[in-house]
Design a protein around this ligand. Structure first.
Ligand code: NAD
Length: 250
């Protein structure tokens, strides 16, 4: 098993890619600390992880709130004895995100608060525990929206920031901690429904993609996260991985 005796925090684990990763990481031997604001989603994830024979602690945690993150990390350490993997996957795409001149300050703050400040906070509080635990791997979810120009200003800015934050963390805590970001293209999760509605019938990434002609299954992104979490990627750090079915190449 690729994650035997490891403890993995996965944020946004109540749905989509985070939920798929929780099940996959558990199958690979990791204890799971699943953090999300969606308590019903966490219950579903807990049932799926237990069905797969895994151990899981679910924690209601708003990643944009320092007190929530501190408490979540403390619970993870107390319950599991350490932390080895931090998969920062929680994110929001707001239906009212838009062109910069039309963008309300509160939407900017909300999106940046979850997508970027949330990762700063989880790293701030989890990194000392990962170091105490002998080191580990951080995986931060960016997006094609962090690489390409689009209409969702706050989302794009937050996801661009994630790539830079990740590189800085990789440099600051090397060689004990590796940190990498991933940029998914369209993934078949509830968030894509928001993205497709925002883009309308002709724009954005709501089309099935020019090369592989489909959206990713959340489990396919989880496989990339598993590679980055495990020792299979022992020489990989400060890198950004695009997983988009070829969309950005055209
Ligand atoms: P999703 O909407 O299914 O899952 C996102 C999860 O994050 C939800 O469970 C939600 O409750 C949780 N969340 C939101 N705000 C939170 C907060 N403040 N604190 C804790 N949890 C919070 O979508 P997904 O596709 O699984 O998204 C996972 C990540 O992938 C996100 O960072 C997203 O930006 C990114 N992403 C998604 C796509 C896509 O096409 N779906 C493409 C590129 C990047």
């Amino acid at each position: 098993m690729k994650l035997a005796h490891k403890v993995s925090i996965i944020t946004g684990a109540g749905s989509g890619q985070g939920q798929a990763a929780a099940v996959l990481f558990a199958r690979e031997g990791s204890s799971i600390v699943a953090a999300d604001i969606d308590e019903d989603g966490l219950k579903r994830t807990e049932a799926l992880v237990r069905e797969a024979g895994g151990d899981i602690l679910t924690v209601r945690c708003d990643v944009s709130k320092a007190a929530d993150v501190q408490a979540m990390v403390r619970r993870a350490k107390d319950a599991c004895g350490g932390i080895h993997v931090l998969y920062n996957n929680a994110g929001v795409l707001h239906p009212k995100d838009g062109y910069v001149t039309d963008l309300d300050e509160e939407i900017w703050d909300l999106v940046l608060g979850v997508n970027l400040k949330g990762m700063y906070l989880t790293c701030k509080y989890a990194i000392p525990v990962i170091l105490e635990s002998g080191g580990g791997s951080i995986i931060n979810t960016s997006s094609l929206g962090g690489l390409k120009a689009g209409a969702s200003t706050a989302y794009g800015a937050s996801k661009g920031g994630v790539i830079s934050l990740t590189r800085n963390i990789a440099r600051q805590y090397a060689p004990t901690i590796r940190a990498n970001s991933i940029c998914p293209g369209p993934v078949d999760t509830p968030m894509m429904v928001v993205a497709a509605k925002k883009a309308g019938p002709t724009g954005g990434t709501q089309g099935k993609g020019p090369m592989l002609e489909r959206w990713a299954d959340p489990g396919e992104v989880a496989e990339l996260a598993l590679y980055l979490a495990s020792d299979s990627s022992a020489f990989v750090t400060a890198a950004n991985f695009v997983i988009d079915g070829g969309l950005s190449a055209i």
